[in-house]
Write a protein that binds this ligand. Structure first.
Ligand SMILES: *Cc1c(COP(=O)(O)O)cnc(C)c1O
Length: 356
C-alpha cells in the first residue's frame, strides 16, 4: 500500500516551511510595508518591485484548464530540473535511499541524484528500448523511493509500453515519475488522467519543448494533493519569477499556434526520418514519438565533427549505453532539415572516420 508518510524523510516530515510575507497576508490593501520591497517602484516600465505569487495560482488555474486537472494537483518548478531535485530532497535520505533509473535516458535524473547523494540503481532498457520488467523487480528494495520512467524517452525517442508503466504503478510502493516532456509529439496519451487511480504517480511535463518556452524555465509536476503539498513545502518560496509567470500565462493563450507547430513537427519528423534512412552513412533510424530522431550511423563522432565544421550542431549520443554510433537530431524547420540532409549527403562512407 502506498503511504507517503512512510516514504518521506524525517526532516521533511518535521519541516516548518518558510512563511513569506506573501503567505501571511493575502488580499487587498492600500499600503504594503511587509516585504522590504522598494516602495518607490522598479526601473522597468512594469511594477516588478513586488515579490511574485509563491504558489503561481493564476498560472496553475490556466494549466488546470488546459490539462483537465484541479490546480491543487499541479506543482510548478524552475524547469523540470527543479521538480526532479525537489522529489529527491523530499524522499531520499542521502547515502541510504535509492532511485531506479533506466538508461539510456535523460541525464538529469542521474546528475541530480548524485548532487543529493542518492544511491543510483541502473536497470538498462531492453534492446528495443523498453523497460526490463524482471530486472526492475529485482532492483527494487525497501530503500527504493523513486523510479523514473521517461516516455517518450530521451534520447531514444520511443514511448514506453503503457502496460509496463501500469504494472510498475500497481506493484511499487514508492513513487513512479513519468516524465512526459515530449508527450505532445506522441501517439500515446498522457498519464495525467490516471492521477486519481494511482496515488504513487507523478507526471512531469514542461513548457520547454512543444510550447517553445525553454528560456522561461517552467516545468510542471502533476500528482495527488498530498505529494504536491510536500513539494510546495520544500521549494524556494519564489521559485518562479513574476516575468516567467506572466509570460507563461500569456503564451498559454496560444494553444492553437502550438498545436499547429506540433502537427508540422510530426510531419517534418517523418520526412526527416525517410530522408535519413536513404543516406549511405545512416544504418538505422529508430521510430520516434518525440521532436527528435535517434539515428545509428557509420561513424557518429566523425559525422558530428563534420557537421560542426558546416555550422550544424546535432547531439552525439554514441558513448551512451545501447546507442553506439548514434546521433540525436532535433526536428528543425523544413529548410533546416533540408540543409542537414544535403550536407549529410555529401559524406562518402568511410571518409569521416579517416578524418577523425
Ligand atoms: C528537455 C527535457 C526536459 C525539460 O527540462 P526543463 O528543465 O523543463 O527545460 C525534461 N525531461 C526530459 C526527458 C527532457 O528531454
Amino acid at each position: 500500500m502506498f503511504d507517503l508518510n512512510k516514504l518521506l524523510r524525517n526532516n521533511i516530515k518535521q519541516l516548518v516551511p518558510y512563511s513569506s510575507a506573501r503567505d501571511e497576508f493575502k488580499g487587498e490593501a492600500r499600503i504594503f510595508l511587509d516585504a522590504n520591497e522598494n516602495s518607490f517602484g522598479s526601473p522597468l516600465p512594469k511594477d516588478y518591485n513586488r515579490y511574485p505569487d509563491p504558489m503561481q495560482w493564476q498560472l496553475k488555474y490556466k494549466l488546470a484548464d488546459i490539462k483537465g486537472v484541479p490546480p491543487q494537483h499541479i506543482f510548478i518548478g524552475n524547469g523540470s530540473d527543479e521538480v526532479i531535485d525537489v522529489l529527491y530532497r523530499a524522499l531520499c535520505n542521502p547515502g541510504v535511499d535509492n532511485v531506479v533509473l533506466c538508461p539510456p535516458t535523460y541525464g538529469m535524473y542521474e546528475v541530480s541524484a548524485r548532487i543529493n547523494d542518492v544511491v543510483i540503481r541502473q536497470v538498462s532498457l531492453t534492446e528495443d528500448f523498453q523497460l526490463d520488467m524482471p530486472a526492475l523487480q529485482q532492483a527494487v528494495d525497501e530503500n527504493t523511493k523513486l523510479i523514473f520512467v521517461c516516455s517518450p524517452n530521451n534520447p531514444t525517442g520511443n514511448s514506453i509500453n503503457r502496460s509496463d508503466i501500469e504494472l510498475l504503478l500497481n506493484n511499487f510502493d514508492g513513487i513512479v515519475v513519468v516524465d512526459e516532456a515530449y508527450i505532445n509529439f506522441a501517439r500515446q496519451k498522457t498519464f495525467i488522467q490516471e492521477l486519481t487511480e494511482y496515488p504513487n504517480l507523478v507526471v512531469m511535463q514542461t513548457l520547454s519543448k512543444a510550447w517553445g518556452l525553454a528560456a522561461l524555465r517552467v516545468g510542471m509536476a502533476f500528482a495527488g494533493e498530498e505529494i504536491i503539498n510536500v513539494m510546495n513545502k520544500i521549494k524556494p518560496p519564489y521559485n518562479i519569477s513574476q516575468a516567467a509567470q506572466e509570460l507563461a500565462l500569456q503564451a498559454l493563450e496560444n494553444v492553437a499556434q502550438v498545436n499547429e507547430w506540433i502537427k508540422e513537427t510530426v510531419v517534418q519528423r517523418d520526412v526527416l526520418a525517410a530522408s535519413l534512412i536513404n543516406l549511405p552513412i545512416v544504418l538505422q533510424v529508430y521510430p520516434s514519438d518525440a521532436n527528435f530522431i535517434l539515428a545509428k550511423t557509420t561513424d557518429a563522432k566523425g559525422i558530428y565533427q563534420y557537421l560542426v565544421e558546416q555550422g550544424i550542431v546535432v547531439r552525439d549520443r554514441s558513448r551512451v549505453e545501447l546507442c553506439a554510433g548514434c546521433l540525436r537530431i532535433t526536428v528543425g524547420t523544413p529548410e533546416e532539415n533540408e540543409t542537414l540532409i544535403n550536407t549529410l549527403a555529401q559524406i562518402e562512407v568511410g571518409s569521416t572516420s579517416q578524418k577523425s
